[in-house]
Design a protein around this ligand. Sequence first.
Ligand code: G6P
Length: 610
Amino acid sequence: MCGIVGAVSERDVQGILLEGLRRLEYRGYDSAGMAVINGEPELQRAREVGKVAALAEAISSHPLSGHLGIAHTRWATHGEPSQLNAHPHMSGDHLAIVHNGIIENYQELRDELKAEGFEFTSQTDTEVVAHLIGKHYQQDGNLYSAVKTAITRLRGAYALAVVHADEPDHLVVCREGSPLVVGVGIGENFIASDQLALLPVTDRFMFLEEGDIADIRKDKIDIHDRDGNPVERAITRFEHGSDSADKGEYRHFMLKEIYEQPRVIKATMEGRITKTRVLEQALGTDAANLLENVRHVQIIACGTSFHAGMVARYWIEDLAGVPCSVEVASEFRYRKHVIQPDTLFLCISQSGETADTLAALRQAKKAGFRAAMAICNVPGSSLVRESDLVIMTQAGPEIGVASTKAFTTQLTALLIFTVALARHNGLSEEKEAEIVAALHQLPGQVSDVLALDAEIEDMSKAFMDKNHSLFLGRGSQYPVAMEGALKLKEISYIHAEAYPAGELKHGPLALVDSEMPVVTVAPNNALVEKLKSNLEEVRARGGELFVFADRAADVKPEDGVHVMQLPSVHEITAPIVYTVPLQLLSYHVAVLKGTDVDQPRNLAKSVTVE
Ligand code: G6P
């Protein structure tokens, strides 16, 4: 989704803005642009369709320079990817704006502004905001108050950064529904959609709250809340190493992030479990109180995070005996739902800024529930700020659009949470100790799976020329199959569908032939014998099988049946371990096909608009 960077400094900001854009590339985008003011007053702008590299090249032949600037990566919503639709948008020659989000009433405002004589050069909702601010600037000659007045007319979601050549000492920013962070420097300040963009220039950040508007100068930051009161927002230090946006020795971020999993799973457990127990206090000082008397868990999420929720449902009902529903946020928010007062409302999100997930939470708040809990990877994100109880995953910044380490750390956090909840519902000390022991084994088991990388790479060759594939699993491995199918389709563009294996005869078997590889996750659990019958059904139709199983599952390799032997794992933690080979499989298929692994076409890392 769109990314914003801005800077005001004594030095030339062009390099800072370009590097910021490069670091926002992972969010997904189709054009990029920048506007810089050099104080004469003069505003220079450059915009290019395609990658930030194309913008950098355009700028190298016509350099922009100045001490104040804004820049943007655009992910098309209103109007195709084109130079005219790329940001920054301008009103007149002196005012420029970048925007992340969607203005829902843009058509009405556009008609109104057109009637008043404003001319539009793009199809975007953003240009409407530019002219609206431009109109108010004409009236009162002050950028801050022009922005303040203009945003009262906006409906929808936005993070905005605005500059004016006649006021070359500051930028005005505001947020409502889309993320925006202020980077605090010494004698210079910055803004961006996320902290990663600014790590080369600062590690100190202020997170703007919903409705905030801020005046950013090189030596001063003034913030007002939506009611116009001056407010201070706490400065936090970035917690992860500043090399997180670097690929290091790896060819792709996705591979680096797959390999980080043993470490980040361990980090997610650290301080939260002892040798034998889950430390409920570590989930929050009020955790015991909030988890007592929970009679229902409602999980809301999107994409990969939704799959984590699907796995958690098996755990919560099995270990805690508490009914659990899981729904994608975009469905939940648009239907009439019944939320019992003793419900724990649990949102799972890597970014904490997914528009549908946040909207579902806000909507559910109106209906009332016992507590809002979040499993999230980004400190200070909207989701974290709006929840009563938070478990932060310790995955560190995830750059690859296809989520990997965020998923396995979400599962780790979810299992810890489940044990805490189950303890309020009669989980025995022995069972708790057994699960905690299984958790301790996870990092080592994931490393063992990573050691199979070369074999999985070899296996991936069989998928290169295929157009379709089927993923099967039973029980808590069904969501693992769903996640495996999602990974493959996201980055290799091969159509991949996941089914609970028991549904095979109810439709998908009709599609099975030698051109349709069937991937199966088959740890040795109570359902393995049933799963083996499903494998026979596939084999009998000439389907080629790729089975991930442990030794005890006893699936025999034969002609058309490829078996990858995984370490023996506890049934409860098996979904975490079995996810990893499917990530590697998709990765290698995508590399063989030559697709853009880290930034697959049409997809965005953080979906901050509907
Ligand atoms: C996008 C990303 C996915 C992610 C989903 C939900 O589709 O490409 O990787 O799973 O959004 O995002 P969230 O940040 O809420 O987990």
